[in-house]
Design a protein around this ligand. Structure first.
Ligand code: ADP
Ligand code: MG
Length: 644
């Protein structure tokens, strides 16, 4: 939290920030006193769940509060938006990625996925921009003003996905200094660039994705040698395996459980998982409230459950090593990234797999953002370290479609970037006066099986017999991994340069329009949004206060109930008006009125925890009590689980 006593130097240049825009969680960091540091919110949390909720009153909620609404309004709450970045509206995969409604683009609109949320079409770029805006605000609270930003992307992200990420940054009002690959950022956080040479594996197990990257450091220069992974493997799978175990132990058939019950069990499972990171066994109350009263899950059983998941990561790791032509024994270090690498079974599996203790002493949740902050700081010209030359690779081959629908690769995968390559083509038919150039990305032989990035036509070539015209194509990939194509017909000198705006991306005009809209409606949007948010907040706090006054009536002192009720009544009254500031003031009043009471409730919750109460009830009580105490800190209470 920013201390009011901190003195800002008005002449100090704005700080550059590093952002890890994750599938499950996102965070922002900057270099503070020469150390990369994650920025925490007012509750001391650095991780912002990558969840965006669009409310009925037009309010947009990001993070923990949005995540709490996912269950009750799944279509209005977008989770894992990263999976939708750079996808086309007609992508058959999208429907499988969540409970969302999609809106079909009108004629002439760019071919991008659009969520249909309360009748409004919202692109993944806009959703990601909300997350980035929330992070930017967090950074501004700490730094006052923010310079440029480095945003990380998975090493395998293709051109469309990178472009979409950059657009989101722009839309959020950030100057995107550079996109860097997540594993490269992790290596930077460990300062590995200071060694001269070495070979490193970056093992990243997050919430829903697994990525393995082999980095080679050659005379102080990084190259991403190979990438691999599984886009449907992560901590969520561990939660599911544990949930099945809980169903089995409570004698319930998951097939007969309601979606609400499944969600509760998954929630319990995740808490058990986190508990098992530190403890050998965890006992939880039967979520169905029947016999047996509780179930115990041991670390040993959990290890068994995750074993098949780990084996899948092993397959991907071996393949990546093979692609990089490196034997496990040749590695100089293994870096752990992602929240799921906290699981002890993961650590020991990785150690065994690579025959080496992994580096894990930087918080695996934060390591990517910290590395991005280091890079941002360098790009902003701070720090006495010489600029690190970062070389990344092209994750998927880039080429064009030639006769017969076959792909001709111009820049093969794993080429280090920035990179350029040239290739020459000729006409297929007599008197052909144009070339249709279809840029594709992927490893498949047929263009139809690859990702279509862009199509353009070079015209005006005089009629010639087939095979006489000479078209020279230059592919250039910049440091962000973005592609530009230059085409020239050599006999006539006709040329064209396109910065490839992918078929699955937003065109410049659309992004421009979004920016203009944001500026046009900026003021009113903000005021309306503040009011809607304040009202929502007031409603939640009033509800939770009422509940706890009943639940813990015995903790109320004489006269306390009356003063709390008076504060509740006043807050409800001002929430009907349209002055967001007044609502906020009365939220704070209510907070003050309940402060001591909340403290007593918290103490009781903690006392119960010490007495060895069941894990889940304790966490809930503690959270409940905190909810009141931190009312002004935007921490509304979670809805009570349906089955209890
Ligand atoms: P992403 O990169 O996908 O955004 P993260 O790196 O933030 O994801 O990882 C999130 C995952 O890490 C979640 O599945 C979460 O349950 C898991 N996780 C976080 N802390 C722990 C812990 N202490 N023990 C086990 N798993 C954890
Ligand atoms: Mg991550």
């Amino acid at each position: 939290m920013t201390s009011l006593l901190e003195i800002f130097d008005p002449k100090a240049p704005p700080r550059a920030i590093g952002i890890d825009l994750g599938t499950t969680n996102s965070l922002v960091a900057y270099v503070k006193n020469e150390r990369p540091t994650a920025i925490q919110d007012c509750d001391g949390r650095a991780l912002l769940p990558s969840v965006v909720h669009y409310g009925a009153a037009g309010e947009v909620v990001v993070g923990e509060n949005a995540a709490r609404r996912a269950a009750e309004s799944p279509r209005e709450t977008i989770v894992s938006v990263k999976r939708f970045m750079g996808r086309g509206a007609d992508d058959p995969e999208t429907a499988r990625l969540g409970p969302y409604a999609f809106s079909i683009p009108k004629a002439g609109e760019p071919n991008v996925v659009r969520f249909d949320v309360r009748g409004k079409a919202i692109t993944p770029v806009e959703v990601s921009a909300e997350i980035l805006r929330a992070l930017k605000r967090l950074a501004e609270d700490e730094l006052r003003s923010v310079g440029g930003a480095v945003i990380t992307v998975p090493a395998y992200f293709d051109d469309a996905q990178r472009q979409a990420t950059k657009d989101a940054g722009r839309l959020a009002g950030l100057e995107v200094l550079r996109l860097i690959n997540e594993p490269t950022a992790a290596a930077l956080a460990y300062g590995l660039e200071k060694k001269q040479n070495g070979k490193f594996a970056v093992y990243d197990l997050g919430g829903g994705t697994f990525d393995i990257t082999i980095l080679v450091l050659d005379n102080g220069v990084f190259q991403v040698r190979s990438t691999g992974g599984d886009s449907a493997l992560g901590g969520d799978d561990m939660d599911r395996a544990l949930a099945e175990e809980i169903f089995a132990k409570t004698g319930r058939d998951p097939k007969t459980a309601s979606p609400g019950e499944v969600r509760v069990v998954l929630d319990v499972a995740r808490r058990v998982k986190h508990g098992l990171t530190g403890a050998q066994e965890v006992e939880v109350e039967n979520p169905f409230g029947k016999e047996p009263k509780s179930v115990v899950i041991t670390r040993a059983r959990f290890d068994e459950l995750v074993e098949p998941l780990l084996a899948r990561t092993g397959v991907a790791c071996r393949r990546a090593l093979k692609d990089a032509e490196i034997k496990p024994g040749e590695l100089d270090g293994v870096i752990l990234v992602g929240g799921s690498t906290r699981v002890p079974a993961v650590r020991s599996y990785v150690a065994k797999l690579f025959g080496k203790e992994p580096l894990g002493d930087i918080d695996p949740d934060q390591v990517v953002a910290l590395g991005a902050a280091v890079q941002a700081n360098l790009l902003a010209g701070h720090g006495d370290v010489e600029d690190v030359l970062l070389l990344d690779v092209i994750a998927l081959s880039l080429g064009i479609e030639v006769g017969g629908g076959i792909v001709d690769r111009i820049l093969p995968r794993n080429t280090t970037t920035p990179a350029a390559a040239r290739s020459t083509y000729t006409t297929q038919e007599d008197n052909q006066t144009g070339f249709e150039i279809h840029v594709v990305q992927g490893e498949r032989e047929l263009a139809a099986d690859c990702r279509s990035l862009a199509k353009f036509t070079l015209r005006g070539i005089p009629p010639m017999p087939a095979g006489l015209a000479r078209l020279e194509l230059t592919f250039r990939v910049d440091a962000d991994g973005l592609l530009g194509v230059h085409a020239v017909e050599e006999t006539t000198g006709i040329e064209q340069t396109v910065s490839v705006k992918p078929s699955y991306g937003l065109d410049d005009e659309t992004v421009e329009q979004m920016l203009l809209d944001a500026i046009d409606h900026g003021e009113e949007d903000l005021a309306a949004r503040r009011l809607a948010e304040a009202r929502l907040e007031a409603h939640r706090i009033v509800t939770s206060t009422r509940k706890s006054v009943v639940a813990d009536a015995d903790l109320l002192l004489a006269g306390e109930r009356e003063s709390i009720e008076a504060a509740v009544a006043k807050l409800e009254e001002v929430a009907k008006g349209d002055d967001a500031r007044r609502v906020q003031l009365h939220i704070e009043d209510l907070d003050a009125a309940t402060k001591d009471f909340a403290g007593r409730r918290m103490n009781r919750a903690i006392a119960q925890a010490i007495e060895g109460q069941k894990l889940d009830t304790v966490e809930q009580t503690v959270e409940h009590a905190k909810g009141i105490e931190a009312a002004h800190a935007h921490a509304p209470l979670p809805p009570p689980p349906a089955s209890r």
